[in-house]
Design a protein around this ligand. Structure first.
Ligand code: UD1
Length: 414
């Protein structure tokens, strides 16, 4: 429950990146040695991934902001459906399980609120590395035939630069015989973070962050102690919290290259940004309309489309927002309309005509980022906004209301 209309001031700390941490956790399946990750955010998705790893025989110990995983007891190759069903990222297990055990049975992750989310590219790539893959009764079964059950390096051209497929194939290739080349690979910072961890574990990876990633498989990987990058989406959400309340906030730590397109759009909308190393100070007064098109990195991230639309709903002028990545990621439009936003839809494009005031209302967060967008809108709205669907928010934002309240927001979890 958000009492809107308050100015914010102070500094917001950004946690470790959820999407990085989830895939780095799966990499613990690649080694018998202990793997320690630092800067891991306390989120329900992280807890879900820990449960999946535990079900496979990995021991997981949680410290205050760290996780220690030990894959020496890896004994199962099939995470149970109940656990996989609640967490799409669990499909990451298939690559390392195949690489280490030569066998994996992982339920298809299925769709989610934002779209169908196929795993065609993941499967195609695993086949190119020598796995036999069948999909039956909703389960992907993969096995590496032959003696030793080791994958073999190969050349893979992704039809689309899928983040999940790139990461799955990097982990699979790290223990394969010979060289793997992934073409049209995703460029996202989380892919580069995974390459950083794999290198620290003794893998031979080059080209992460470019469209061609080359991996030369090694016999074994060892343990590592590795810090997760800061969450660029959480950071972007905080910058938008300042902009929508026309406030001044400092957000840190931020790797500014990870947020290039977002910082550019904030400046285009009239925000002033001061960058000092890994901290960004943003101040906002007048906000004007800007057009957004979501794209793979380094384009504008789909994960910030909904939160940015909340800001544009309060801008002067009409913004055109086009969602190009996921087919069903504009469900927040109807909820913003309930708060008085003037938005017209045409296919995957929203025409957002800014209004001078949003008005607080009961609203529903339909997915993780839509929930964050609702909280942002509530910060700016007249009166009380009640956001339902906090189970989504808690998947991706650590202590969201605690952090925002510390800089002057008035948010109560009821
Ligand atoms: C990851 C992020 C998610 C983010 C998304 C895009 C994690 C855990 N999640 O999701 O937060 O919104 O990247 O930046 O890291 N596609 C295909 N065929 C495939 C695979 C994907 O057509 O086999 C399409 C998808 O339908 C979608 C696009 O490619 O349109 C991007 O998907 P992908 O990059 O795979 O997203 P995820 O890795 O699932």
């Amino acid at each position: 429950e958000i009492a809107g209309g308050r100015r914010l001031a102070g500094e917001l700390r950004v946690s470790g990146a959820k999407n990085s941490a989830l895939v780095l956790m799966a990499a613990s399946l690649l080694t018998e040695d202990p793997l320690r990750l630092r800067n891991v955010p306390p989120l329900t998705d992280i807890q879900g991934m820990a449960e999946i790893l535990t079900s496979l025989g990995v021991s997981v110990r949680r410290g205050s902001d760290s996780l220690e995983m030990n894959g020496s007891g890896l004994s199962h190759s099939a995470p149970p459906y109940e656990l996989v069903n609640s967490l799409r990222a669990s499909f990451f297990c298939i690559g390392p399980l195949l690489a280490r055990l030569g066998i994996a049975r992982v339920p298809l992750p299925g769709g989610c609120q934002i779209g169908t989310r196929p795993v065609v590219e993941h499967v195609k790539g695993l086949k190119a590395l020598g796995a036999q893959v069948t999909i039956e009764h909703g389960v992907v079964s993969a096995v590496v035939p032959g003696r030793g059950h080791r994958l073999t390096g190969g050349r893979i051209h992704l039809d689309c630069p899928s983040v999940g497929a790139t990461e799955t194939l990097m982990m699979a290739a790290a223990l394969a015989d010979g060289e793997t080349v992934i073409e049209n690979a995703a460029l996202e910072p989380e892919v580069v973070d995974l390459a950083g961890l794999l290198l620290a574990m003794g893998a031979k990876v080059r080209g992460a962050g470019t469209p061609t990633i080359t991996i030369v498989g090694v016999q074994r990987l060892h343990g590592a102690d590795y810090a997760v990058i800061p969450d660029r989406i959480e950071a972007g959400t905080f910058l938008l919290a300042a902009a929508i309340t026309r406030s001044c906030l400092t957000v840190a730590p931020v790797i500014t290259e990870h947020l290039g397109a977002v910082l550019t759009k904030l400046e285009e909308a009239g925000c002033k940004l001061e960058i000092d190393g890994t901290s960004v100070t943003i101040s906002a007064d007048q906000i004007s309309a800007v057009d957004l098109r979501t794209q793979p990195f380094p384009g504008f991230p789909t994960d910030l489309q909904a939160p940015f639309m909340s800001l544009l709903a309060t801008a002067s002028g009409t913004s055109v927002v086009t969602e190009n990545i996921f087919e069903n990621r504009l469900q927040h439009v109807a909820e913003l309309q309930r708060m008085g936003a003037a938005i017209r839809m045409q296919g995957n494009t929203a025409f957002v005509e800014g209004v001078s005031r949003l008005s607080g209302a009961p609203v529903q967060g339909s997915d993780l980022r839509a929930s964050a967008a609702m909280v942002l809108a509530g910060l700016a709205a007249d009166g009380i906004t009640t956001v339902q669907g906090l189970e989504f928010l808690d998947r991706g934002y650590a202590d969201f209301e605690g952090k925002l309240n510390a800089v002057g927001a008035s948010i109560r979890r009821v």
